[in-house]
Design a binder for this molecule. Structure first.
Ligand SMILES: [Zn+2]
Length: 113
């Protein structure tokens, strides 16, 4: 399961950061998840408690911050919202020349106790 390995990676980061600062427990983990990252938030939330077992992150709250995907059109010199990689420029209908946002998958904040 794709999301389980991602949850495990998030837990690893949070657990090692917590140990670094001498915390006894992680209360909350905030992750940025881009609209084009391919991550299903519900699956990630579902897998998270399993990935936490036996770590300092066990029992922590997972907050998923969705990041809106934005593509760039060279022709129109503008950014446009994207929901998937085939979404086209709102003005000329061309494909994105670059992805400006939406591929994120990163731990933003870890609250420890
Ligand atoms: Zn355009």
């Amino acid at each position: 399961m794709h999301e389980l390995s991602i949850a495990q990676a998030i837990v690893e980061v949070a657990d090692s950061e917590a140990r670094k600062v001498g915390a006894t427990r992680v209360a909350r983990v905030v992750v940025d998840v881009g609209g084009l990252s391919g991550i299903v938030a519900d699956s990630l939330e579902f897998c998270f408690p399993m990935a936490c077992k036996g770590t300092l992150v066990e029992g922590a709250e997972l907050c998923i911050e969705p990041i809106e995907a934005r593509g760039w059109c060279d022709t129109c010199d503008q950014e446009f919202a994207m929901r998937d990689l085939l979404d086209t420029c709102s003005r000329c209908g061309g494909f994105a020349n670059a992805i400006r946002a939406g591929q994120e998958l990163a731990v933003r904040t870890i609250d420890v106790e």
